[in-house]
Every structure is written in C-alpha cells, then in structure tokens.
Design a protein around this ligand. Sequence first.
Ligand code: ACM
Ligand code: ZN
Length: 509
Amino acid sequence: MDGGLLQLIPYPNEVIRKDGWCKCWDHVQIQKEKRQGNPEGYCLDIQEDGIRLTGTPAGIFYGKQALRQLEDQFGGELPCMQITDAPRFSYRGFMLDSSRHFLQKEEIKRLLDAAALLKLNKFHWHLVDDQGWRIEIRKYPKLTEIGARRGRAVFTRIPEPEETHEFLTQDDIREIVAYAANRFIDVVPELEIPGHESALLAAYPEYSCEGTDPEEQRVQITGGIFKEILCAGNEKTVSFLKDILDEYMDLFPYSYLHLGGDEAVKAHWRSCPKCQRKMKELGLPDENALQQWLVRTMADYLEQKGRHAVVWNDVLRGEKLSPKVAVQVWLGDKDLIEEFTSRGGRIVQSTTDYCYLDYAYSDIDVKKLLSFDPVPDYLKDQEKQVWGMECPLWTERVTDLTRAAFQLFPRLPAMAENAWSRKPSGVDGGYCPDSKWYESFCRRYENVRRELDELGLKGAPEKYWNMTPEDAARERKELENLLDTPFLQRFRKEEEALLASEREVYGRF
Ligand code: ACM
Ligand code: ZN
C-alpha cells in the first residue's frame, strides 16, 4: 500500500519491484494492444535491458505519463519494476466555467496539460451562463455580439474591468478540442437549458416568456440565481435550441453533451400563458415536469443523432428520467438518485461537499477530498452505475489563471488519484480513506508539483492541504470579507426572496 518511494500520481494498481536498474531510457518498446480488460489500462515493464510498454492507445498514453514521472524522480537510472495499471472509474473529469471569468485559449491548454499529467479524461466546459455566452454560434451571431459583452461586474470586492467582450470562435474551440483529444481528453460542452439564460435572452429576448420585463434581459454582472428562463411553450424555442446543438455537435465529437438543467427558477413559467398552455396540452402536473419535457425533447434530439445527454441532478425532480441520460450529481437528492440508478441510469459524482474546487480549502482540503468515496453507502450494490467523478471550478471568485491554479492544485491531483486508484470497499490493499493515504499522497506530490510549476500553475501551499481549525477560521473570515459589499448584500437578499418563493411552490429548490 505504501507508494512513498515512487512519486507517482495517480498511484498505479500494482507495482512489482525487481532487482537491478535500467539505464537505457531511449529503449522503450511500445506495443499496442487492441483488447485488454480495461480500455485505459497499460503495463509498464522496466528491465535492465530496456522498457516495454503495452496497452490500448489511451493506456500507452497513460503509461508514458507514469514513465515521465519516474524519469523526473530518478533521472538517468530507473529501478526495475513491473507496473500493471488501469483506472477504477472511466469518467475522471474537471469542469471549467468560462462564463463568469474567462481564461484565454492558451491558458485552457495549460490546464489540459495538467489534466493529462493526472490521467484525467473528461473536460466539462461550462460555456454559457447568465454572466456571459462564450461560444460563437454562426447561425445566431448576437449570442456573442451581445451575450458575450458585459459591463463592470461585481462578484467580490476585487475590482473588475470596465467592460469585457470575451468569447471563443469556432476555430478556437476546434483547436482546444483537438488539443484535448491528443491527450485522450473528451470535451463535454454544456448548453444550459432552461435556466441561467440571462446572456442568451439579452441577445434573443424573443425566446423568453410572455410578460417578461425587457429591462431584466441583460448579461448579469454578479453571481447568483436569476429568473431568466427559456419559454418552453414557444415552439420556436425548441428549433432554436436544436440549431445551437447542431453547431455544438459539429464542434464537439464526443458522444456526450451537457444540457445543464440546474437552478431553473420557474416563476416566469407559472405566469406565462404559452408555458401554461403547453403543460395542459401535454397533461403535465407541474413546471418541473415541463422542464423534464424540454430536456427530454432535446435529449431525444441528441439520441437521434447518435449522441447522449448529461444533465445536472435537478432534472431528476419530476417524472422518471430516461436512463439513457447521464446525471451529474451535485446536490443530495439521495432517493431520486437511487431510484434513477436502480433503473440503469449512470451518475457522475460532483457533490458540492467534496468536489467543488471553487470552494475554499477551509471547506474542502486535500485530506477531505481523499476521504471522499464516490460510491456512497446507498449505492454500494449499484456501484457500476457510478460512472466516475468530476470536480467543477466555478469562477465567480476565480478571476484569472493564477487563482484557478491555487484552487485546483493539489486538490485536482487528489481527486484524480481518488478516481483512478481508490479500491472498492472490501478489496484488500490499494488505497482507502485513511490518514496514511493522505501522507503518502503528500510525499509523492513533489514531482507533479514541479511539473505544474513549470506549466505556470502554482497550487496552494501546504498549510491549505490539511487545515488547522484556526487557519480554516481565518480563511472563512477573509472570504466573508471579500464578499461583504452593500451591493452584494442587497443582491443576496433579493436572491433569497426569489428562492423562498420557489420553495413555497415546490417544497424545495
Ligand atoms: C451548480 O452548481 N449550479 C450545478
Ligand atoms: Zn413561457
């Protein structure tokens, strides 16, 4: 179980140390294997007279990452050993929110380099939200002409620029998708439906509900939850969304696309004659069911084209969701999740308590992240339904790449190791959630830290990794102070009132 001597992250499944040393780095024999138990597995055999790496194409890529880390550690001479390795989970992802704050194309590539080093294989790209639409859609140019332009924002006390106009062209997107593909990373782009639509509706207000105040249709300048929602009763909304998805499908080859679905405030739907008519026509009991109908319509459209949808777990509220749709879990909703997985549905674990890397280290430190079992007790007998894990980085408080790196590292490496190396409960050996794992992780982290530093991605210093109560209290206070402005206080009050009115109708938000 102790991986202290080999500075490998994620730690491999099996390492058999042998006598002798290998001095011939330039003698790596690579053998592709079509069929292996795990489509991402590899075997690295380091012998005195050379190195043999076998695996699937992805496995060989991962074997090279491991070899690179060993080379960093040992330099010219490598101890002989045999490594047999494969990930436990086939979905190992991170999410970047490009709406609230925008990283440049080259900066995103650096994050993808880091992800590749950690053997992550999914990049969930949150491209659109209330505070900015960041992807060029050729058929609807106003999405970026208007939706990507924002006045001076107030996310925290940190001063923001006067005006920004930031988005990725389709050429930029293709470049990033190709860059990711070269690193065996699938890009899962998100199109938020039906809420978080302020930027979209600022550009195309004709897709909002009847009676919506045009004054409210603006790219938002603060974080939070807003009422802006697509009109589900307008026939044209569906064809508009299909047009956008067509361009998404053209840009993103991976079979899954994310259709959002979180935090959709239904206030406008309750008063919109078109939405109410639609509910009657379809015999739907409430607006949650209307949301599901819209998601199902779009998910079916993807299915027709040979693709699949991922949605946030809010979409489980309503009628039964098709198990063809994958669900990203960020909230509790245990009963709904259990019901969904029992029908064959798959989930990606992103629970806020452990996976949200925009949260402060005082809430989620490295030690806590390693203690996270992505297969909760209530899913132990449906373990196969857990597709994997993903750590979101929401960027309201992440103003630039420096801050992103602070939030991500070393928590993302810890999550990557958790998703790759953690053994199912009851299996002997391997990693399990005890303090030895954390200690071993810290001892093995040096290599990765150096590589990340070289990429210009400086993570949080040690005192954040396993926080003392005093340091945690101090960090919380700093954060409170950062958010304590009269403008934000006023906004939070309005937001709380909005959520309370939704809770009154649906019992939960
Ligand atoms: C979310 O954090 N609103 C998915
Ligand atoms: Zn409507």
